[in-house]
Design a protein around this ligand. Structure first.
Ligand code: FAD
Ligand code: NAD
Length: 465
């Protein structure tokens, strides 16, 4: 096989890698991307997209179950629905398939060469790829490591049999009768809630004092309430120890130090993700590390010249949009543009029920850096649109500097608030002041009005409460 030489080689076609390659191709950079599995990476194949498809199906099913129960105030009556999980999974797979083709098409349109196989460094400028038709050598002036992340395995609970990761959970063909979820973070709660809505008896085992410990208690309270309403049992300060006899139970050490056995048909372990830093020849390089992650600077440069790293392999937050933003920036740097990481905030959305959005600083963050702040919080209970959607739980909260009213952060919890993340992100990124948000006409009736009202409230000028 003839060796390939290029200006840019990207290893891994997840959101970080494929965006980097597309942008580089658009800028006329001679680019090759190597992927051992499918284009789109974790996010598109076994992460963001399939999980949101499953969450949506579960929500729809739950809505109809609720209507069928006759306990709804809308006056709609229906008969008991059924969910055909294999068909739901097949539908999810068609969405993934369409997006796989979409990414391949975009790479092709940008004249990026795609090589299928596992890449391995020989040295900082040379990579070999085991392809179906033999070994391909690729020499590149610049290399981007975008190898992503993989689920963390617990020592006493290796994946296999009843113990599954999110990847297997997204392709189950029947709803487990009893599902124990280890880890009450993003994945555990998003998927745990979906399976509970589809009929599983779900128990969440969380080591910390509360679920979603990365968010403050005000934001997570409506989620806890909903978990309870769905019949999901949450055990906090509890640690998974291993499988019980016969593999159909999880042994858990409780807060008091006693051991309980939780019967389970499946045990979904979602205790975080680890960067993929093995298996691609890191030992051939001299890369500085930052704990388990590859150390990068504000241009995503590693400690080796011409070698960049982006996405989950470089650290928290492990989010697809962070990876994409880094990918786009690195492509432009390689093309000769002056770029540096100058983002003010990376929005985070947790697709629980209700959803949580966080952009920029929380009140606690602001306090920690000693900023005097003004906080405005507006409840959805006072928002007309939320009422018409039976979504009165939750609020929008804005955090701004007390002296000049610069918006430092915005958070919300409520039904469908993920779509407000764009408005929140824009406000923080553009350096909005409270008066800018308060002075913007927000369409009525929308949940977005709660954003305007939160700013008005922080200025002491609230109208609808
Ligand atoms: P990845 O997407 O992990 O891609 C890395 C790619 O590199 C993979 O395709 C892999 O096959 C390839 N690769 C690795 N090593 C080699 C090699 N040696 N040779 C060739 N190819 C290689 N994030 C969000 O922002 N929003 C969400 O809603 C969300 N939901 C999620 C739900 C789940 C269940 C999971 C698991 C994750 C979710 N995430 C979400 C996180 C998101 O998926 C990741 O942050 C994102 O995929 C990281 O992108 P990346 O490009 O860094 O790596
Ligand atoms: P996570 O960090 O969100 O949650 C892991 C949870 O497991 C934590 O609450 C932690 O306290 C708990 N835990 C750790 N060890 C434990 C043990 N032995 N027993 C019981 N609990 C234990 O991790 P995740 O849910 O696996 O998700 C991984 C990453 O994927 C997230 O951090 C996020 O970056 C990304 N993700 C994002 C989204 C989104 O943006 N909506 C969705 C899913 C995943």
């Amino acid at each position: 096989m003839k060796d390939i030489s290029c200006k840019l080689l990207v290893i891994g076609a997840g959101p970080g890698g494929y965006v980097c390659a597309i942008r580089a191709g658009q800028l006329g950079v001679d680019t090759v991307i190597v992927e051992e599995r499918k284009p789109g990476g974790t996010c598109l194949n076994v992460g963001c997209i399939p999980s949101k498809a499953l969450i949506h199906a579960a929500e729809e099913y739950d809505r109809i179950v609720h209507l069928a129960s006759g306990a709804n105030p809308l006056g709609i009556r229906t008969t008991q629905p059924e969910i055909d999980l294999p068909q739901t999974i097949a539908w999810k797979d068609t969405i993934v398939g369409r997006l796989n083709s979409g990414v391949s098409g975009l790479l092709k349109k940008s004249k990026v060469k795609m090589v299928q196989g596992r890449a391995r460094f020989r040295d900082g400028k040379t990579v070999e790829v085991e392809t179906e038709t033999g070994r391909q050598i690729i020499r590149a002036e610049n290399v981007v490591i975008a190898t992503g992340s993989a689920p963390v395995e617990l020592p006493g609970l290796p994946f296999g049999g009843p113990v599954i990761s999110s990847t297997e959970a997204l392709s189950l063909t029947s709803v487990p009768e009893r599902l124990v979820v280890v880890g009450g973070g993003y994945i555990g709660l998003e998927l745990g809630t979906a399976f509970a809505k589809m009929g599983a008896k779900v128990t969440v085992v969380e080591a910390q004092t509360r679920i979603l410990p990365q968010y403050d208690a005000d934001l997570t309270r409506p989620v806890s309430k909903r978990l309870q309403a769905l019949g999901i049992e949450v055990m906090t300060r509890a640690k998974a120890k291993g499988l019980g006899k016969g593999g159909s139970a999880l042994l858990v050490e409780t807060e008091s130090g006693s051991e309980v056995s939780l019967p389970a048909d499946r045990i979904l372990v979602t205790v975080g993700r680890r960067p993929v830093t093995q298996g691609w020849g890191r030992e051939e390089l001299v890369l500085d590390m930052d704990g388990p992650f590859i150390r990068i600077d504000e241009r995503c440069r590693t400690s080796m010249r011409g070698l960049y790293a982006i996405g989950d392999v470089t650290g928290e937050p492990m989010l697809a949009h962070r990876a994409m933003a880094q990918g786009e920036m690195v492509a432009e740097i390689v093309a000769g543009h002056q770029r540096v990481w100058d983002k003010r905030a990376i929005p985070a959305v947790c697709f629980t029920d209700p959803e949580i959005v966080a952009v920029g600083m929380t009140p606690d963050d602001a306090q920690r850096i000693g900023s005097e702040v003004r906080i405005g919080q507006f409840p959805f209970a006072a928002n007309g649109r939320a009422m018409t959607k039976l979504g009165e739980e939750g609020f929008v909260r804005v955090v701004a500097r007390a002296d000049n009213h610069l918006v430092l952060g915005i958070q919300a919890v409520g039904q469908g608030v993920s779509e407000l993340s764009a408005a929140f992100g824009l406000a923080v990124e553009m350096g909005a002041r409270l008066e800018d948000i308060a002075g913007t006409i927000h369409a009525h009736p929308t949940q977005g009005e709660a954003f305007q009202e939160s700013a008005l409230k922080s200025l002491g000028r609230e109208l609808h409460i």
